[in-house]
Design a protein around this ligand. Structure first.
Ligand code: ISL
Ligand code: CA
Length: 605
């Protein structure tokens, strides 16, 4: 078992606060049998690369048996590996090899819904009064066209008629992804058993897919009726403490958050955790789209015993227009800084933030918030410094460590992802948007952007299930290993993670936003004997260090620069960063990390 950080008193608890996690999208990570799909042997082969990067855990996207309607997020057997990825023996070998390298393993459990090809659903359809009859959410046809007016994440209604059973069933995503009925105790027991099956094989935790949607509002009322209940100030007890009223979610007036009964959801997850083997050693990370900060804190407060972290979305929605991700608008430093402050404030104390810039559902961060043209390396490293030195656990998405960018989508036929493809067709066919304009809107945030194959070297791999980004010939791991440090995104990520390992202020220190006025964001991390200030120029122009930073540093002679993404600016070779002037103007996309060791503070033994 990997050694736990020395400052942990209890042998294995909260290891996940001290080590970055690397998010692998297995389908696109590394293909060892030339079938064009990444596989488990491919992940095993790259574990040393990940160990050298400095990560302490991997989160792998779903590799269970699946018809692949939603690239594995439609599971038909939770206890077996899909042959396109490998076998159970491969998984056992992966876990053992990772542990030998000091890397823990998290799996991605999709428990809000299964595949419609899971035998539970086949039986539920065939035999309504059988043992699986109540595993899903079924409703009779009524006078109204559908049981309610909820909308799917993947466009269209959330109800599909089953000729076999003669009823509608609920699916918040594709019709091939029927929602499981968490109100059924047999379902909750079955899912805890599946988690224990993997924990008994040595897995160290789980990322739980859209886990905040597992408890739907009683009676499945229409969106408007839910809003009325909440407007009437209906007191809804919070998950942990009775009596407090639920603050309306940002989206409780409409959209997915209106479908959730949060108090019941928290209750189910506390019961789920109580049932898990090794529950003190593992980490539970919930993916929670549209979750309010209040409920995020409720879910992750350690005393509530539900989840350890959640994946919030607000920092990846500052470029969403009024109609969401398919209505992209320019983002601002002010909006992003405000979200950072809100998230860090909400999850201070006994909660713990996750820090992520992208994943298989998001566009590439260097294309989204950076400058993937002239300042691609500078902006990729600046954004990594901005996100990953905050309080919380960094979750690095495969390829971001070498500055991978969006795929040049020029034709709608290149959109393979179900959500993005449905959104494009809805814009054109339902809203009458010109195809070229619909493509412009969807291409920027299409999920395909984050799913192109990992770029290990410059050689062509024509068999890949999705084409490699044409820029892989220049932007790849092998090339980054050869570049001088200050031109290598990969080298910067290694230094960044090493910096976190070196300074307690970065691992466990407090967070305080100092400024968020265009074009800079600056924040401060404090621990017992050190203060670290991070200031980032989020523009392609040179800019002055914000006055608030200069004021706080001017008097202190002990300040030194421990990291800068503009190494080659003013003699900033990595080994003499300390000599550079602290308040020199910031180069385009420069992130500067300043250390103050306060001798007045005694080091806590
Ligand atoms: O980002 C999103 C919401 O704004 C959606 O792209 C995404 O579907 C949502 O975050 C939920 O994602 C998870 O569940 C989906 C699956 O398609 C995603 O890949 C998964 O990450 C359904 O299982
Ligand atoms: Ca393969």
């Amino acid at each position: 078992m990997p050694n736990t950080p020395s400052n942990d008193t209890s042998a294995a608890s909260s290891w996940w606060k001290d080590t970055p996690i690397y998010h692998i999208y297995p389908r696109s990570f590394h293909d060892t049998n030339e079938d064009g799909i990444g596989d488990l042997p491919g992940i095993i082969e790259k574990l040393p690369y990940l160990a050298e990067l400095g990560i302490g855990a991997i989160w792998m996207g779903p590799v269970f048996r699946s018809p692949q309607v939603d690239n594995g997020y439609d599971i038909s057997d939770y206890r077996d590996i899909d042959p396109i990825f490998g076998t159970l023996a491969d998984m056992d070998r992966l876990i053992a090899t990772a542990h030998r390298l000091g890397i823990r393993v998290l799996l991605d459990l999709v428990f809000n819904h299964s595949s419609n090809r899971h035998w539970w659903f086949v039986e539920s359809e065939r035999d309504p009064s059988g043992p699986y009859g109540d595993y899903y959410i079924w409703r009779d046809a009524q006078a109204a066209p559908l049981p309610n007016n909820w909308r799917s994440f993947f466009t269209g209604p959330t109800w599909t008629w089953s000729e076999v059973r003669g009823q509608y069933y609920l699916h918040l995503f594709a019709p091939e992804q029927p929602d499981l009925n968490w109100d059924n105790p047999a379902v909750r027991e079955e899912l805890a058993d599946i988690a224990n099956f993997w924990l008994d094989r040595g897995v160290d935790g789980f990322r739980l897919d859209v886990i905040n949607f597992i408890a739907k509002v009683e009676g499945l009322p229409s969106v408007e009726e839910v809003a009325e209940h909440r407007d009437a100030g209906e007191a809804v007890s919070s998950g942990g403490r009775e009596g407090s009223t639920e603050k309306p979610d940002r989206l409780s007036r409409s959209g997915p958050a209106a479908y959730i009964d949060h108090a019941r959801m928290v209750g189910y997850l506390r019961e789920f955790r109580r049932r898990l083997h090794r529950r003190e050693e593992i980490v539970l990370v919930g993916e929670t789209p549209h979750l309010s900060y209040e409920w995020a804190r409720e879910l992750t407060a350690s005393e509530n015993g539900a989840l350890d972290m959640v994946l919030l979305f607000d920092h990846l929605e500052v470029d969403h227009g009024s109609r969401g991700r398919w209505d992209p608008v320019p983002w601002t430093t002010e909006r992003l800084a405000r979200v950072f402050r809100e998230q860090q404030t909400a999850l201070a104390g006994s909660s713990w933030p996750s820090l992520y810039m992208g994943n298989h559902d998001q566009p590439r961060i260097v294309s989204r918030y950076g400058d993937d043209g002239e300042f691609r390396c500078a902006s990729a490293t600046a954004l990594a410094t901005l996100f990953y030195l905050q309080r919380g656990t960094p979750i690095i998405y495969q390829g971001d460590e070498i500055g991978m960018a969006n795929y040049p989508l020029e034709d709608a036929t290149q959109i393979v992802d179900i959500e993005s493809g449905n959104a494009y067709r809805a814009l054109v066919e339902t809203e009458g948007v010109e195809p070229a304009e619909a493509l412009r809107r969807v291409a920027r945030n299409a999920r395909d952007n984050g799913r192109t194959p990992m770029q290990w070297d410059g050689t062509p791999h024509p068999s890949w299930w999705y084409p490699l980004n044409p820029d892989h010939r220049e932007w790849n791991v092998a090339a980054q290993e050869q570049l001088p440090e200050h031109q290598s995104v990969l080298a910067h990520y290694r230094r960044l993670l090493a910096l976190r390992a070196e300074y307690e202020a970065l691992r466990r220190g407090s967070f305080q936003l100092v400024t968020g006025d265009t074009p800079c964001i600056a924040f401060r991390r404090r621990a017992s004997t050190e203060t670290i200030t991070v200031v980032v120029n989020l523009s392609s122009q040179e800019t002055a260090v914000p006055p608030a930073i200069i004021k706080s540093l001017a008097k202190d002679r002990t300040v030194q620069i421990v990291l800068s993404t503009a190494y080659n600016r003013g003699g900033h070779a990595p080994d003499n960063l300390g000599s550079a002037t602290i308040t020199a103007s910031l180069a385009p996309w420069e992130a500067r990390v300043l250390l103050q060791k306060d001798p007045a503070l005694t080091r806590i033994a």
